[in-house]
Design a protein around this ligand. Structure first.
Ligand SMILES: [Zn+2]
Length: 128
């Protein structure tokens, strides 16, 4: 299990560096207090209240790559289902708190993810 890391996956880092290159300032792993407890967006623009997540395909149940585990289904099946449910709850809780939430899959083109983030941020800031 050493290869599995929840934080600072490669796509997250790439997204952060692309956003950085755009001259954007943001918080990493900011603890946001919500009705569902503390939620930590991968990237958070606090003033615009924009939270961005890059979800790992396996752990977050991507429809293309998230597959039912072959070993220890009794353990991993419910665990993965809980992850998906928690993602949904966290998104809803952030939105209830006035946040806009963007979720990308790790398999998505990171350049497109960055472009979408920039566009949504601009819209939230009233720049468009
Ligand atoms: Zn995927």
């Amino acid at each position: 299990m050493r290869a599995i890391r929840r934080r600072d996956t490669k796509p997250e880092k790439e997204l952060r560096s692309l956003l950085h290159r755009e001259g954007l300032r943001f918080r990493v792993d900011l603890a946001v207090r919500t009705e569902a407890g503390i939620v930590r967006p991968d990237v958070a623009f606090t003033r615009a209240r924009l939270a961005v997540f890059v979800d790992g395909c396996y752990w977050h149940g991507c429809p293309e790559h998230g597959r039912v585990p072959k070993v220890n289904v009794a353990y991993w099946g419910p665990k993965l289902a809980r992850n998906v449910e928690r993602d949904r709850d966290n998104t809803a809780a952030l939105e209830a708190g006035g946040w806009t939430v963007l979720r990308f899959w790790e398999h998505q083109d990171v350049e497109l993810a960055a472009a979408e983030t920039v566009a949504v941020l601009a819209a939230l800031r009233g720049e468009q």
